[in-house]
Design a protein around this ligand. Structure first.
Ligand code: OAD
Length: 264
């Protein structure tokens, strides 16, 4: 594929497709200033042990440590803005029916960019609920300095119904994905003609199985990511570029006539 312009090729695929899946991961939000999980130096999982912060066992061991870490992440997301790539995807979703946006991200940047129906496989930072009775907790207040330190310890608020502790609304390691979200995502992957994976390392299952599942049923699969990933070998096309650059170029290319020889 070395001679193929990935932007023009992907635009050509999209023009010929009715059903499209875009699967996003942490790299989608990197240019908004939200750290990813697995990059060598900056990734959250190179600085923190997921088992210490993102599992039911960690919560039972030390709720204040876990809630403080999620409060930091919530505050960072609240202070962040969607970038041109998020907006391009939202525009694409409005311009064509048959696009399913599936995200592993627990932020709300797709929604704030205008995507109305993103499928959140790993839950949402802003859907806190009671650990004991599972009732939703609504919008939780954060201390003004929550964005300053990932090591802030913070007691979680108490549930107004049962007094249990409020936990973040994300999927932790060892927990099942929300069933409706997984069913929608896996069905969309089975039925699409094109799947584009953007900013995901392809390491965490079952989300990482979606590109191969789409491909097994005849879809073309592409990756937008500055570096190679665990799912690059499945891809029919790789576009080594950041999401905030590639996605606006792709949308612009879709607006051009197919015969255009201009580089996009
Ligand atoms: P990772 O942190 O594993 O991977 C992020 C990917 O984004 C890497 O492949 C980077 O190369 C790429 N990347 C970085 N900057 C980018 C940019 N500007 N544009 C495009 N790509 C870029 O994140 P995920 O694959 O999302 O789960 O991780 C999956 C899950 O693992 C997360 O949802 C989270 C984590 O543990 C839970 O917390 C349950």
């Amino acid at each position: 594929m070395t001679d193929v312009d990935p932007c023009a090729e992907l635009a050509r695929w999209l023009r010929g497709a009715r059903n499209v899946v875009v699967l996003t991961g942490a790299g989608m939000s990197a240019e908004s200033g939200i750290p990813t999980f697995r990059e060598a130096h900056a990734g959250l999982w190179s600085r923190f042990d997921p088992q210490e912060l993102a599992s039911p066992a960690a919560w039972r061991r030390d709720k204040a440590l876990v809630w403080g870490w999620y409060a930091w992440r919530m505050a960072k997301v609240r202070g962040a803005q969607p970038h041109a790539g998020h907006r391009a995807l939202a525009g694409l979703g409005h311009a064509r029916s048959g696009l399913t946006l599936v995200t592993q991200n627990v932020d709300d940047l797709h929604e704030r960019a205008g995507s109305e129906d993103a499928v959140h496989l790993h839950g949402s930072l802003f859907a806190s609920r009671c650990f004991a009775c599972a009732r939703p907790a609504g919008n939780v207040a954060l201390p003004p300095d929550a964005a300053d330190s990932p090591s802030l310890r913070l007691e979680p608020p108490a549930c107004t119904h049962c007094g249990g502790s409020i936990r973040p609304g994300v999927v932790w390691f060892g927990e099942a994905l929300p069933q409706d979200a997984w069913e929608r995502a896996s069905q969309a992957a089975r039925e699409c003609e094109v799947l584009i994976a953007v900013g995901t390392s392809g390491v965490v299952q079952p989300a990482a199985s979606l590109p191969a599942s789409a491909k097994a049923r005849g879809a073309k699969v592409a990756e937008i990511n500055p570096v190679a990933t665990d799912v690059s070998n499945v891809m029919d096309l790789v576009w080594r570029a950041p999401a905030g650059e590639a996605l606006p170029l792709l949308v612009a290319a879709l607006g051009k006539p197919e015969v255009s020889t201009q580089p996009c």
